[in-house]
Design a binder for this molecule. Structure first.
Ligand code: FPP
Length: 248
């Protein structure tokens, strides 16, 4: 029995399976380098792991899967790798969107897409429009996304409301800001998985993972498969989620 917990969170408690899983897909570069290949090869093979993870999420009836594809810091990578990744995104959207639509998946891109090339922005808009009425899995791809950016863009919208006199500063609370944070319409993130052996969040979702469980694995993203996904779910099922409350 859980006491003293936020009622909104409690209503969304999973029985044992998470409803919303977020993944930091790390290790593509090392996977390729270990094989004497260029890093972009690791990203290409990583797309296959994306496909497997989405298919797993659909068959386990998750409400949402959120994947960290390109952080706001990833622009610092060599330009050849960045342009290779952009090509890969365009190609992946072209080749996968019909299949996603067929499986009733709603695709959403979270992040500041204005910095992407026109071609990629067009593909994003087209894919989101095509799938927007689907009510199966919501697949969020975080692209040019940063958790700090997300909070700042929300704060900026609140500040505009204050400037216009629609909101007073003392009306600013968690609920007010939450309305402007990415994915506010979805179930909260229950589980964050990070592959590739690092134990950090790297400016991925910050607000949204306040009460998420964290699962880290050394497996590099191109090797991520259903067995690893299941071990993350098993670990999740054994966690005691208290949301700041206590067990009695
Ligand atoms: C991290 O590995 C991976 C990325 C920054 C890019 C992730 C992109 C994909 C899996 C391909 C396409 C995705 C979609 C959604 C179509 P890393 O390069 O940081 O690896 P390292 O830590 O070994 O260097």
């Amino acid at each position: 029995m859980i006491s003293s917990i936020n009622q909104q969170e409690a209503n969304k408690l999973p029985s044992s399976l998470p409803r919303h899983v977020a993944i930091i897909m790390d290790g593509n570069g090392r996977w390729a380098t270990n094989r004497g290949k260029l890093r972009i090869f690791g990203h290409q093979v990583g797309v296959k792991s994306v496909r497997r993870a989405v298919s797993f999420a659909v068959s386990h009836h998750f409400a949402a899967l959120t994947l960290y594809a390109f952080s706001s810091e990833n622009w610092k990578r060599p330009s050849q790798e960045v342009s290779g990744l952009m090509e890969l995104f365009v190609h992946a959207l072209d080749s996968e969107v019909k299949n996603l639509h067929k499986h009733n998946v709603r695709l959403c891109i979270i992040g500041d897409i204005g910095r992407f090339g026109v071609r990629l922005q067009e593909r994003i808009r087209h894919s989101e429009k095509l799938t927007r009425n689907n009510d199966g899995l919501t697949l969020n791809i975080a692209a040019n996304y940063g958790g700090r950016w997300d909070i700042i863009q929300g704060v900026r919208k609140l500040a505009t409301q204050v400037q216009k006199g629609i909101l007073s500063p003392d009306q600013i609370n968690e609920d007010a800001l939450y309305q402007y944070i990415c994915m506010n319409e979805l179930d909260p993130v229950d589980l964050v998985i990070r592959t590739g052996g690092e134990h950090r969040i790297s400016n991925f979702l910050l607000w949204q993972i306040a009460y998420a469980e964290l699962f880290f694995t050394d497996v590099l993203w191109p090797d991520f498969n259903d067995t690893v996904f299941k071990s993350a779910l098993n670990a999740f099922a054994q966690r005691e989620r208290r949301f700041g409350g206590i067990y009695t």
